[in-house]
Ligand binder design. Sequence first.
Ligand code: TRP
Length: 327
Amino acid sequence: MKKRILTGDRPTGHLHLGHYVGSLKSRVELQNDYDEFIIVADVQALTTHFNNPELINDSIYQVTMDNLAVGLDPEKVVIFQQSMVPSIHVLTMYYSMLVTVNQLQHNPTIKTEAKNYGYTEMTYGFLGYPVSQAADITFCNADLVPVGEDQIPHIEFARKIVRKFNDHYGTSIKEPEYKLSQVSRLCGLDGNAKMGKSMGNAIYLSDGPDVLWEKVRNAVTDTNRIKVAIPGNPDVCTVYQYHKAFNPEGVPEICAGCTGATMGCVACKKKLAEKMNAILEPIREKRHYYEEHKNVVRDILMAGTEKANKIGNENLREIEEKMHLHV
Ligand code: TRP
């Protein structure tokens, strides 16, 4: 029996190269060896974007298309819409009895995100999203969650809830493990620590070659290198970080050209754009097909949602029986 993986994204925009390098690429590699579930976490998107339902609606399609375009095979993976799986929301409610408000207020990821969003007060839904995420992972008894550094507290938290829950009710919900992504985070084109859809510093999987070039052309390099003749310092250059991710075999040449003052920044950026386009071209092509066939995207999402519901409902029935909720 294959182990089950659960992973996914909040639909609050298109996915970008940071997502590709950090998670989408490995999702594709894992789909043959694991039973893979991909959640389109629209309820979680509401925790921060409740006032923008149109964006979430469109993003459900965008995120699903991004996942399909990178090569996830709907015959192998289950892509599903969170809001349409009631067992997740019921389980969230049951879990919430075992979680204190104080515990959530001390969650480091919640704290960082609240600060980034400028929240002076948190809604019940936002504060509680780690509980909901624990249900996302465990409603189908997932074994493994691939994560970046910032999601680790959520998995630890999910494990804690599950342990407590199983102790109380004699259920046998699986304690999920995390699988830390090997890739370091891609920085923003502006040199900011993180590529983010909210920060205007991202290259999207849906960007065409012209848009890509505009973005790469404007990316921040070593600001001291105002002309080619001045040797650059690759370690402080955003574009060099990108070469490491998208052009690993070319890194020695780029490094030598920069530090030896023989290659200018524009030439260096052209090489990068070329490499990125080579990776993105087949993705764009697939994505284009889905953009033209929105009904296919919808059918895939609904078929996945049906599978998730079947598994979730069965598990929930067992859980409720152990909780003595059946009369
Ligand atoms: N928190 C993830 C994000 O911000 C999305 C997500 C929701 C998720 N539920 C999940 C990821 C369960 C892994 C497992 O993109």
